[in-house]
Design a protein around this ligand. Structure first.
Ligand SMILES: [Zn+2]
Ligand SMILES: [Zn+2]
Length: 335
């Protein structure tokens, strides 16, 4: 029998307990912080915003209240983005659709005054393919509530993550979720709610929402008020590092066009950020310059395909990275 190992001295034990650097997590330059340092407000380099020489066909903004908005509210977010020269605000209802009627009125007024486009991200706790009926019902309500609240704010695109496979047959999951989203669009239409439902491409293989599924759904639900959110960082992470070149971005845009028609590239709702990932997909979002996200080639592809729409920056740096994206897009677009 092997001799029982002596307990290591305290210092050595401490060292051993330290988590190993995640060698399998890729996408960012080692040594830089993974998350936004607390309290960093990005006041400095916001002067990157120069007026475009050529009209923008893609508008940029943030997913969530910009760090430099004062106070940290939805109406102040709209005004701050406008002051910065940005054009899109995605309200995050990711932990629940909670917004007061008066706030909706204020957002509506701010967006009418500034021209900033307003969209919303629904709660993360949505699974339209839950095996429990109550969870499906609750998920349906969360999606509907996102759209209803957004309509009151004068917005027009409700993004959400549709659900999880839970080891079920992806085709069965697809049919079920597609049917659910079709029904939800019908309910909203009956209510006179003009908000488009924009299911998102997701970052992990366990989550429903590959680009093929989202593109197929757009085709199958044609005629209903259903679009999609294409999150290029998620697609990159979901494939553990592929989908990050000009040709691959072009192939994605081609796929969307083929399944849904040419018009689809005129109303794109895009999410973009840096991202860290492993073989299992998305680990967490990153600032652009700390990541390997090849956004310049993405913009080249979007411009070459004549794409129009909006890009919501979901990096931890929010408005800072949104401005970097906008500057780069304008440079490539002849501005
Ligand atoms: Zn999302
Ligand atoms: Zn996203």
């Amino acid at each position: 029998m092997p001799e029982k190992k002596k307990a290591a001295p305290k210092a050595a034990r401490k060292k051993a307990a330290k988590p190993k650097p995640k060698a399998d997590v890729r996408g960012w330059a080692p040594g830089v912080p993974k998350e936004k340092p607390k309290g960093r407000t990005y006041d400095g380099p916001l002067s990157v915003n120069a007026k475009p020489k050529k009209a923008d066909r893609i508008f940029f903004g943030t997913g969530g209240v910009p760090h430099s908005a004062k106070p940290q509210t939805h109406p102040a977010a709209v005004r701050r983005l406008h002051d910065l020269g940005l054009g899109v605000y995605e309200m995050e209802f990711v932990h629940g659709v909670r917004i007061r009627e008066e706030t909706c009125d204020e957002v509506m007024a701010a967006q009418a005054e500034t021209g900033v486009q307003v969209t919303a991200h629904g709660p993360y706790y949505v699974n339209l393919y839950s095996l429990e009926d109550e969870k499906v019902a609750a998920s349906r309500k969360r999606v509907l509530d996102t759209a209803r609240a957004l309509a009151k704010c004068g917005g027009d695109g409700a993004c959400f993550h549709p659900g999880f496979y839970q080891k079920r047959d992806p085709k069965e999951v697809y049919d079920f979720i597609c049917n659910q989203i079709g029904e939800l669009a019908d309910i909203l239409e009956e209510e006179g709610c003009a908000v488009r439902l924009d299911p998102e491409t997701t970052g992990k293989g366990t989550q429903f929402g590959s680009i093929e599924e989202i593109a197929d759904m757009g085709g199958d639900l044609k005629g209903k008020n259903v679009g999609f959110t294409i999150d290029f960082a998620h697609i990159h992470a979901r494939s553990a590092g592929a989908h990050n070149t000009y040709d691959e971005f072009g192939a994605q845009l081609e796929l969307l066009k083929n399944r849904m028609g040419d018009d689809v590239l005129k109303t794109l709702h895009i999410h973009l950020s840096g991202i860290a990932y492993s073989d299992k997909g998305e680990a967490h979002h990153l600032e652009l310059d700390e990541s390997d996200m090849n956004y310049k080639d993405l913009f080249r592809a979007l411009i070459d395909f004549g794409a129009e729409g909006r890009v919501v920056c979901e990096s931890p740096a929010l408005e800072y990275d949104a401005l970097i994206m906008q500057r780069e897009y304008r440079k490539l677009n002849g501005g």
